[in-house]
Design a protein around this ligand. Structure first.
Ligand code: RUB
Ligand code: MG
Length: 419
């Protein structure tokens, strides 16, 4: 008769339901609102994020039940929801997020809710490209071999002239880092225009390659409005760069998807910076976890992404080892992503960092290189020495006995974590 009776908020719960392998399974942490049971809150989450609303609807019941998500597990504050893939537009990250990280984050039925983890079925991952290179950049585009890739970001983060920026980059490359990276708030400002910086920095890179005999490259920040960003990507390729940097959350996943496609045309790798992630992931009871943000980034196809420092740097972090493990684990044939440890790192913590995260990482340091008492060149040498010591299993203090730059860095910073 076309009138729905029975499909309401509370009908999206089935604790005996076993999700099919084709379904997207999401794990949430939920704090129900006062007077709301966990079951009722869980059912409302499944309803609002799939095809339900607050009122019973006068439509065909069969259609609705087929696309409805099912809250199928409750364990303490953890709720598991299974979504049929027919709900989703394959290959559209914005559409997927509008479901699983959309209205539900603001529902009055919950005091707080956090999307913690997703189990992505092949029917969804196959709509996405995944990374073009991932960890292979260490050997395909650079000469890092088995050690971590080393990167630096000039400081101050904005305000350096183009000349000064390129000069700092050249000193760091000559001192032993592989990659120069723009800081997140440096794009195309009057004091340091994008096109000039690109040309000068790549010229400096070529000189540094010539001098050191190692391949070096530049993570130039192309972040902008999408059309503009794609033009910047083209320009990087024209000038012979091998990488672009994109601030993936501030520019948005749809733009990242466009950049990924354009980078494939040029064979460019994508370095994903994650400014604004803490708006989602800093509170441990609400938002979207960094683990899920990293998953989304892998599907969309970035080659590197910042995942924190396992607590050894200046920023509050989540479970860096667990996120990195996911980024390099099997995901229906998608290539892995190379994780970036960054934020407050310096030579004195590199051994602990490698102990915590292994060697398949990028170690990125700004202040920890340019703040070296003897300047950028010495700072880069100190970082490289500290990686060499860690790779050889030699204690940093011992290695510093005949490595002056490392000795000076250790005198200044010890093995302390900054704040
Ligand atoms: C690091 C830096 C990066 C932060 C971002 O500079 O500028 O933007 O690493 O953090 P410094 P995250 O080495 O001087 O701290 O990597 O956690 O996203
Ligand atoms: Mg920065």
């Amino acid at each position: 008769d076309g009138i729905m009776t029975g499909i309401e908020y509370d009908d999206f719960l089935d604790l005996g339901y076993e999700p099919a392998g084709t379904e997207l399974v999401c794990e949430f942490t939920i704090e129900p609102a006062a007077g709301m049971s966990m079951e009722a809150a869980a059912s409302r989450v499944a309803s609002e994020s799939s095809n339900g609303t607050w009122a019973a609807l006068h439509v065909d019941e069969d259609e609705l039940t087929e696309l409805g998500a099912v809250a199928c597990g409750i364990d303490g504050r953890t709720v598991t929801v299974a979504y049929p893939t027919a709900l989703f537009e394959a290959g559209s990250m914005p559409q997927i997020l509008s479901c699983i990280a959309g209205n539900i984050l603001g529902m009055k039925a919950v005091d707080s809710i956090r999307l913690e983890d997703c189990d992505w079925p092949e029917s969804i991952t196959s709509g996405f490209p995944g990374p073009q290179f991932g960890p292979s950049v260490a050997r395909e585009k650079l000469d890092a071999g088995e050690r971590p890739v080393l990167a630096t970001v000039p400081k101050p983060k904005v305000g350096l002239s183009t000349d000064a920026h390129a000069r700092i980059g050249e000193e760091a490359w000559r001192g032993g880092v592989d990659l120069l990276k723009d800081d997140e708030n440096l794009t195309d400002q009057a004091f340091n225009p994008f096109a000039d910086r690109l040309a000068e920095s790549l010229a400096a890179r070529d000189r540094a390659q010539e001098e050191t005999g190692e391949r070096k490259d530049y993570l130039v920040n192309v972040t902008a409005e999408t059309t503009e960003m794609l033009e910047r990507v083209d320009l990087v390729a024209e000038h012979g760069g091998g990488f672009v940097m994109v601030d993936v959350i501030t520019c948005g996943w749809a733009a990242v998807q466009s950049v990924r496609e354009r980078c494939e045309d040029h064979g460019l790798a994508i370095h994903a910076h994650r400014a604004m992630h803490a708006a989602f992931d800093r509170l441990d009871h609400h938002g979207v976890s960094m683990r899920v943000i990293a998953q989304i980034a892998r599907l969309c196809g970035v080659d590197h992404i910042h995942t924190g420092t396992a607590g050894l740097g200046k920023l509050a972090n989540e479970d860096t080892p667990g996120i990195n493990e996911w980024l390099t684990s099997d995901c229906h044939g998608l290539r892995p992503v190379l994780p970036v440890a960054s934020g407050g790192l310096h030579p004195g913590v590199v051994d602990q960092l490698i102990d915590a995260l292994g060697t398949d990482i990028i170690v990125q340091a700004g202040g920890g290189i340019h703040g070296h008492p003897d300047g950028t060149h010495a700072g880069a040498k100190a970082l490289r020495q500290s990686v060499e010591a860690s790779m050889a299993g030699t204690d940093l203090e011992t290695y510093a006995d005949d490595h002056a730059e490392l000795a000076t860095a250790l005198e200044k910073w010890g093995a302390e974590t900054p704040r």
